[in-house]
Design a protein around this ligand. Structure first.
Ligand code: GLY
Length: 578
């Protein structure tokens, strides 16, 4: 149940003066769970919630100057390429979900990378037919044709209001003039230092001339990245996909044995698609369509879970987690079989997201026993890899909302930088099924539908999602985390829709994950040992992880206020609002 919080929420309001606030709260108090351990930040007009402070503040500046949510999202996306190099990018790809308030509709920009035309099904198999993980994760062959620049520009051209050079200017200045290294940036580079040092250009970009690491408080400039951003500001998408930037990418591909050609770059197109839609207990849920698997499976699991009394079970009780896990297994089993690039494969979206399918699947859930994954399909072994992606959400004063997830795949992608561009290459080709039936870097088993084919988009889990209540945007969210993105977003939605949590509590409460294969239920360490024992007694193979599963950056819109939260259990997230 929600409680109305009065004066004690003053400290959380970002810009309202205490006097204004006292007056306004008396009339219309912001709704925050009084007594929650986790409280959101609150704003009235504009908000950007992202993984890094400088880029979020740049987005807010754009909103202050009269830009809309799309302008701010594009500016934040380009700025993160400078300030958050582990996942912010020019060399990767992603998905943007946009709510256009005046038109009362949502649209979706797919800027997922594509396989180079010369890529073939067995690209990552060695002579014995085994998957060469090194080649698929950390070589020039790992990179798909980057989509980020085309995607951000498409969004800007169709739905932004400011000129492109204006939204790129802050990112250019940040790269040109430099930034002060934060603790988070120092930590992120250190975590991947060994692999980054293997590529001479990445080593030159991310370490000092004497080879030592940048430390918190150091000044870090990226003049080549500023040059690349200027090419885009001056010539739009041609500034990246043709001319000197494209030539440098192709030269690096030729030097390193990669496949991306001039033609691949010239041919790359971001696409506008219809998002997937469903309902849950009166809420409307809008999310990412294929080539993401996220939206389809979030809807599929919500449909299945809608038939159970989740609230009665209690949040994170053994019964609740058991039902989540059973829904997750069924959805991820379907993912392996049916989901892929819809321009290459027919994906049965309508069937997977239908209420009647959910009803049939619900009948498979035994409340008193965990169904072994082997009874759903054969098992595989999880390959543990560091994975990263990033998400941010934006809301403007006109009611427009943007929720965007983009990625290089792993933290720092392939760890290969293109000389003269300041830019890292993605390793998104690893999201294809290197050998149909095998597991990818996230342990996700994938079949024929997601085999490598020239021009195809690899299957993704990225799930920027919007929930509408009474037809109005209510919650914008999304997460990094590879295979855990889908289950992270699912639990965030359930926390808000079923358990009435405020957006900070919804982001921070402990999560669980099951992806069918391997047959392992992962609990964050905040789930109690008693609960773990009960889950084991139902037959679950349970592991507890000290890591956080995913990390949402969310905005909730309620009663004329914007409530923002980033999961505080990971470094560096920031809510910028006014
Ligand atoms: N590279 C992670 C994803 O797209 O799901």
């Amino acid at each position: 149940m929600r409680h109305r919080l009065l004066a004690c929420c003053c400290a959380l309001l970002i810009t309202l003066s205490p006097a204004t606030l006292a007056r306004e709260t008396a009339q219309q108090a912001p709704i925050i769970d009084y007594g929650s351990r986790f409280l959101p930040q609150v704003a009235r007009q504009a908000m950007v919630v992202g993984p890094e402070r400088l880029a979020a503040e740049i987005g807010l500046d754009i909103l202050r100057e009269g830009g809309n949510a799309v302008d701010a999202a594009v500016a934040t996306g380009f700025a993160l390429a400078v300030s958050y190099p582990r996942a912010g990018n020019l060399g990767g790809g992603g998905f943007m979900l946009i709510h256009l308030d005046e038109e009362d509709r949502q649209t979706f920009i797919d800027y997922r990378e594509t396989a180079p035309a010369a890529a073939t099904r067995d690209l990552f198999l060695d002579e014995q037919g085994e998957i060469d993980r090194q080649r698929s994760y950390f070589s020039h062959l790992s990179s798909g044709v980057p989509g980020t620049v085309a995607g951000l520009i498409l969004a800007q051209e169709r739905y932004g209001t400011l000129p492109l050079p204006r939204v790129l200017a802050p990112a250019i200045a940040l790269a040109e003039e430099g930034l002060e290294v934060s603790w988070a940036l120092q930590f992120e580079i250190a975590a991947r230092a060994e692999q980054l040092r293997k590529n001479p250009e990445a080593a030159r970009l991310f370490f000092k001339p004497d080879g030592s690491a940048y430390r918190m408080g150091d000044h870090w400039r990226q003049p080549e990245l500023a040059w690349t951003l200027r090419q885009i500001a001056e010539r739009g998408r041609e500034g990246f996909y043709q001319g000197p930037v494209a030539e440098r990418i192709v030269a690096e591909m030729e030097r390193g044995g990669g496949l991306i050609s001039e033609q691949d770059l010239a041919d790359y197109r971001a696409l506008e698609r219809e998002p997937v839609r469903g309902s849950f207990q009166g809420f409307e849920v809008v999310s990412a369509p294929p080539p993401s698997s996220g939206g389809v499976h979030i809807l599929q699991m919500l449909n299945l879970l809608e038939g159970f009394d989740l609230k009665g079970m209690g949040h994170n009780s053994a019964a609740y987690i058991h039902h989540l896990a059973e829904a997750m297994k069924l959805a991820y089993a379907d993912r392996s079989q049916f989901l892929a690039d819809p321009d290459f494969v027919e994906v049965p979206v309508a069937q997977l997201t239908s209420k009647s399918y959910a009803e049939r699947q619900r009948a498979l859930v035994d409340p008193g026993r965990a169904t072994p994954s082997s009874e759903i399909a054969p098992g595989r072994v999880l390959v543990q890899e560091s994975h990263d992606t990033t998400h941010y959400s934006v809301a403007d004063r006109w009611g427009n909302v943007v929720t965007n997830t983009y990625t290089l795949n792993f933290s720092f992608g392939s760890h290969i930088a293109v000389p003269g561009t300041g830019m890292l290459l993605n390793n998104e080709m690893a999201d294809f099924a290197a050998r149909p039936g095998s597991s990818n870097a996230f342990g996700l088993v994938e079949h024929e539908a997601n085999r490598i084919e020239g021009g195809k988009r690899p299957l993704s889990s990225m799930s920027p999602t919007l929930v509408l209540r009474d037809g109005e945007p209510w919650l914008a969210t999304g997460s990094p985390g590879g295979s855990v993105i889908i289950t992270t977003v699912l639990q965030t939605l359930l926390n808000a829709m079923v358990f009435d949590m405020n957006v900070a509590a919804a982001a921070t409460e402990s999560r669980v994950h099951h992806q069918w294969l391997p047959d392992r239920l992962i609990l964050e360490s905040g789930i109690s040992p008693d609960t773990r024992r009960l889950l084991e007694s139902l037959g679950h193979n349970v592991d507890t992880t000290p890591r956080t599963l995913g990390r949402t950056q969310s905005i909730m819109l309620e009663g004329g206020y914007l409530y923002g939260a980033t999961d505080p259990r990971r470094l560096g997230g920031h809510v910028a609002g006014e």
